[in-house]
Design a protein around this ligand. Structure first.
Ligand code: FES
Length: 60
């Protein structure tokens, strides 16, 4: 499923970037350009980062 239509970035790709050290929306944008177009996906990118932070906090 695409998260960012402008850059054709899927949710799986975003998770992969996070697994490889992306911790912020800017980190994700630097890696794949997601969020650098219309900005519609920024809220979903933020949600993904928050969800992952919750997972990390729970697992720690
Ligand atoms: S949908 Fe991501 S920048 Fe437009």
């Amino acid at each position: 499923m695409f998260v960012c239509i402008c850059r054709a970035v899927t949710e799986d790709e975003v998770h992969e970037h996070c697994n490889n050290g992306a911790y912020t929306i800017d980190d994700i944008a630097d890696r794949c350009g997601a969020g650098e177009g219309c900005g519609t996906c920024l809220e979903r990118l933020d949600d993904i980062l928050s969800e992952r932070a919750g997972i990390a906090t729970t697992a720690a």
